[in-house]
Design a binder for this molecule. Structure first.
Ligand code: 5FX
Length: 533
């Protein structure tokens, strides 16, 4: 029997690096169920550490694809045993770690379309993968392939202007090129290549699922503006690639209904829709309900920034992806390696290891740090590729050190100036109504958030993102069912919990930080060029 609309619920799944997660939300977007399967602990026979195998060269990193399939068997059994009513699920969607790839052997589609419901998926699909160990995002073994691809696309900037990113080792095209080069036999046996996201959608669909625009943007193979495969990139990667990749679709597409296997084995409704799966970062953008002008800043071991961008300018730093909740916009992703470890080092050296003392110092020195600027790249930074500590006085002279309180303000202001500078270089614009959404460890410190609000001249909200990709995909499942009626994602998720307002910018912040942003950009470029020599 069909569940009444008000009884309906939506599932979001996240095939992430270390675990498979599920969240169910009801019609009002309240979370009604969540569970997970940890790969290392619950599937020890695959002998992964953190969900992956790091190979002898330390550069090659893979995960067994059958482990992901078996994790889904376990998760659905857990849900069944907990009495979860699959018949209520009106639609499901999901996300996968970005960039990873799955190689389906010729004949696998037939198997997917004819799954016997009395057997678990991992038994049925055992012979379906030409490459048993899928390359994942942690792999960095494809430098040679990256160089060849950039050459074919007119250089790093040329490639970025087509695909949204310069060549990155972990991006799928370069991984596919390596499979073709090192195992041409396996490549030729492959009838279909999926991303982790579209592979997971294929399991539910009982057929090959299309790659969505947003996760497809993490491959170095897609023209993100034309929303088509970029032919020069395909040609430079491997033969017959377009056939193996199949079509690209908008991220909110309903791909079809769940396969009869799930109806008979678990009691899903035959009408339960499968909405295109996407990457975990796009999934998080949906979970945080980022809107035009918003920026999300995750303050963790490394700091990550997500942006909603209307008119992107791809660069050799950062990534532009198609936006997962509307085909009319883009998102950008920036990674900063020196995050909380650097903040903690300065806290230990300048505030006797105390966050309270650290906060006191932030309050004691006026915003703008009297024109002093610092860059603290303890480890080789990603954005920009530079290393070392670099301090400048108000006249841009290099200085050896700052007094302790100034050093504390310099590290926090420097980190946030960098985020705004690089965001704006990618085409991001702060507009009236812009919100900064802060997450991660340091987002519990209001004095740090005050600096963030001042540098962006925008209010800062805090948000819990522990499961944002998974939650975002439950929201996307709901939106997918009504997107073709012209309902926007933001309207579909209006009832979801709001982020909490933490701080607003101080009066005069913009006047202080506009000149500092300009100086920071120039000084950082100088540091970057010096680092290259
Ligand atoms: C993004 O480009 C990444 O490589 C990672 O954030 C993965 O998506 C993690 F799953």
């Amino acid at each position: 029997m069909m569940a009444a609309a008000a009884d309906g619920c939506y599932l979001g799944l996240d095939f992430s690096t270390q675990q498979l997660k599920v969240i169910a939300v009801d019609h009002n977007l309240n979370v009604i169920y969540q569970n997970n399967v940890q790969f290392d602990d619950e599937l020890p026979e695959y002998k992964t550490q953190g969900g992956v195998h790091v190979h002898g060269d330390k550069l090659t990193v893979t995960s067994p694809v059958l482990m992901w399939v078996q994790a889904l068997d376990i998760l659905l059994e857990k849900m069944k045993n907990a009495g979860f009513d699959f018949g209520r699920v009106k639609a499901l969607s999901g996300s996968g770690q970005q960039h990873g790839s799955v190689y389906w052997r010729a004949g696998a589609r037939q198997v997917l379309q004819n799954l016997a419901y009395d057997k678990p998926l991992h038994e049925l699909l055992q012979g379906c993968f030409a490459v048993a160990d899928s390359p994942v995002w942690m792999d960095s073994s494809t430098t040679e392939q990256c160089q060849l691809l950039e050459k074919a696309a007119g250089g790093a900037q040329g490639l970025a202007e087509i695909t949204g990113s310069r060549a990155y080792e972990r991006f799928t095209g370069n991984q596919i090129a390596k499979v073709f080069k090192t195992s041409p036999g396996l490549y030729n046996e492959t009838e279909k290549i999926s991303l982790v996201s579209s592979f997971a959608a294929s399991l539910f669909l009982g057929d090959y699922a299309a790659i969505d625009y947003s996760d497809g943007s993490g491959m170095n193979l897609m023209d993100i503006f034309a929303k088509q495969w970029a032919q020069p990139c395909l040609r430079a990667t491997a033969p017959q690639l377009e056939e193996k990749l199949g079509p690209l679709v908008p991220s909110m597409t309903v791909l079809g209904s769940v396969s009869p296997y799930f109806v008979r084995r678990y009691g899903f409704s035959p009408d339960c829709g499968v909405v295109a799966f996407t990457g975990d970062n796009p999934g998080s953008l949906a979970g945080m309900r980022l809107q035009e002008g918003d920026i999300a800043v995750s303050l963790g071991t490394s700091d990550t920034v997500f942006l909603w961008i209307q008119d992107p300018k791809p660069a050799v730093k950062g990534h532009i992806f198609c936006n997962p909740v509307t085909s009319q916009a883009f998102m950008a992703l920036l990674c900063f390696k020196n995050g909380s470890l650097t903040r903690e080092r300065i806290r230990n050296e300048c505030a006797e290891g105390s966050w309270e003392e650290f906060s006191k110092a932030l309050r004691a020195v006026p915003m703008g740090n009297e024109g002093n600027i610092g860059m603290y790249f303890d480890a080789m930074e990603i954005t920009p590729a530079a290393v070392g500590v670099h301090r400048f006085d108000k006249d841009d002279n290099k200085v050896e050190g700052f007094p302790k309180e100034r050093e504390i303000r310099a590290v926090i202001e420097g980190q946030f100036l960098a985020k705004r500078v690089h965001a704006e270089q990618l085409g991001y614009k702060i507009i009236p109504g812009t919100r900064v959404l802060a997450t991660g460890g340091a987002s519990s410190n209001t004095d740090i958030l005050q600096v963030l609000a001042d540098v962006f001249n925008a209010p800062v909200f805090t948000i819990d993102t522990a499961n944002s990709a998974c939650l975002g995909c439950a929201y996307r499942a709901r939106h997918g069912l009504i997107a073709d009626q012209g309902v926007r994602f933001s309207e579909a998720v209006r009832d979801a919990p709001e982020p909490r307002l933490a701080v607003t910018p101080m009066p005069g912040a913009e006047q202080v930080f506009v000149p500092l942003l300009k100086r920071y950009a120039e000084l950082e470029e100088k540091v970057f060029l010096e680092s290259k020599q």
